[in-house]
Design a binder for this molecule. Structure first.
Ligand SMILES: [Zn+2]
Length: 342
C-alpha cells in the first residue's frame, strides 16, 4: 500500500436481515439453492459498497458467504463428519457442539475461490481474504482420527496452503489467517502453531497476515476478559517468534483492551493492523478516540507499517452500528494521516 495508514476491517461484517438473522453467530440462512447463491453475492456487493462509502482502503467480502469464520471452511473438507457431534471446550472457554474428524482430512475442491473471484470483479481496491488458522481450526473440532492436535494442524496447514495459493491467483492482495487460539495455547503456539502457519503461507507472493484477538463481542469472551486482570500480556508469548516468522502483517486488538501498547515493540519491523474499533459494544467511537489509539501505537510501529483496523469481526453487531464504526475508523485514520503529512 502506498497510502499512509490504509484502513481495513478484521473480516466479518453484519449480514442483511433477508439473508440471515442479524446479531447472531452461526445464524441460519433464510434462502436456499440458487436464491441463496444469488443472495450471498448481493450481500457481498452491499457490504463492499458500505466499506467503500465509509472510505475503507483495503476491502473484503465482509464474510457474507459464510456462516462462521471457521466452521464454513471445515464444512467443505473431506474427513470431517458434521452429523457426528461432540461437546468440547473452545479456546478453554466455552462449551460448543462441534463436528468430528473421522478420517484423513483433505480439500476436494476450492472453498472460497469463486467468491474471491467475484469480489475481485467488483472492485479495483486492494482486497483482503480471511481464512481460519490451523490452530483455531483444530480447536473447533473433536478429533477421533489423528488423536494429535499437532498432526491435525499440519494437515490443515497443507489444505490452507492449497486454498491460499488459489486465492492469490484469483487476485487477492492480502491473505489473513485468523488465530484467536494464539492468545490461549501459548506452549503449542511456540512449539508448532507458528510453524504450521508458515506452512500455510508457503510459496505465496501476496502479503500475508495473522489476526490474533480476544474474540468476538459475545458473552463468553466478555466474561473471560474480566478474568484477565488489568494488563493483558497474552501477546507477549507469541510475539518474539512471530517477529522472526515469514508473516508480513500482524492484526491485533488494541482499543478498549488492556493490552499494554509497548508489547508492540516485540514485533518491531512487522506491519501491524492496529485494532482501533471495539467490537464488543454498540457505542460508536469518535474519530478522535480512533486517532488517539493510532497515535499511541505510532510510538511502537513505524508510520509506514501501521494499518488502522477493527479489533475483530463485526458480524454480531447491528448494521447501523457497524457502519458508524467503519466511518469512525476512516475518519480517525484521516486525522492522524494529516498530522503525519504536515
Ligand atoms: Zn478476531
Amino acid at each position: 500500500m502506498k497510502k499512509l495508514l490504509p484502513t481495513s476491517t478484521a473480516g466479518s461484517l453484519p449480514k442483511p436481515s433477508w439473508l440471515a438473522q442479524p446479531e447472531k453467530l452461526w445464524s441460519p440462512w433464510k434462502l436456499e439453492g440458487d436464491q441463496l447463491v444469488e443472495g450471498k453475492q448481493d450481500a457481498l456487493r452491499v457490504s463492499l459498497q458500505e466499506q467503500a462509502v465509509a472510505g475503507i482502503d483495503i476491502v473484503s467480502d465482509g464474510e457474507q458467504s459464510r456462516q462462521h469464520f471457521v466452521t464454513t471452511f471445515i464444512e467443505h473438507l473431506e474427513g470431517v463428519d458434521f452429523e457426528k457431534r461432540e461437546t468440547v471446550k473452545i479456546r478453554d472457554r466455552y462449551d460448543a457442539s462441534v463436528p468430528t474428524v473421522v478420517g484423513p482430512v483433505s480439500r476436494k475442491k476450492p472453498v472460497f475461490v469463486e467468491d474471491a473471484k467475484f469480489l475481485r470483479q467488483q472492485t479495483d481496491q486492494p482486497i483482503k481474504w480471511a481464512l481460519p488458522g490451523p490452530m483455531t481450526m483444530i480447536d473447533t473440532l473433536y478429533d477421533s482420527h489423528y488423536k494429535s492436535r499437532e498432526k491435525l494442524a499440519w494437515e490443515f496447514a497443507k489444505i490452507l496452503n492449497q486454498e491460499a495459493l488459489e486465492l492469490e491467483a484469483a487476485g487477492v492482495d492480502i491473505i489473513q489467517f485468523d488465530e484467536p487460539a494464539f492468545n490461549v495455547f501459548f506452549d503449542e503456539v511456540n512449539e508448532w502453531g507458528i510453524a504450521t502457519l508458515e506452512r500455510a503461507i508457503e510459496g505465496l507472493k501476496c502479503e500475508t497476515a495473522v489476526h490474533i484477538c480476544y474474540g468476538y463481542g459475545i458473552q463468553a469472551n466478555t466474561d473471560w476478559k474480566k478474568t484477565l486482570g488489568s494488563e493483558w500480556r497474552q501477546y507477549e508469548e507469541a510475539f518474539p517468534k512471530l517477529q522472526k516468522s515469514n508473516i508480513d502483517i500482524i492484526s491485533l486488538e488494541c482499543h478498549n483492551s488492556h493490552v499494554p501498547m509497548d508489547l508492540l515493540e516485540l514485533i518491531r519491523g512487522k506491519k501491524v493492523m492496529v485494532g482501533a474499533i471495539d467490537v464488543a459494544n454498540h457505542q460508536i467511537e469518535t474519530p478522535e478516540e480512533v486517532a488517539d489509539t493510532l497515535r499511541k501505537a505510532l510510538q511502537f510501529v513505524d508510520a509506514d507499517k501501521l494499518y488502522p483496523c477493527t479489533n475483530c469481526g463485526m458480524a454480531p453487531l447491528p448494521r447501523a452500528v457497524a457502519r458508524g464504526k467503519l466511518n469512525a475508523l476512516a475518519a480517525g485514520a484521516a486525522i492522524v494521516r494529516n498530522e503525519l503529512l504536515k
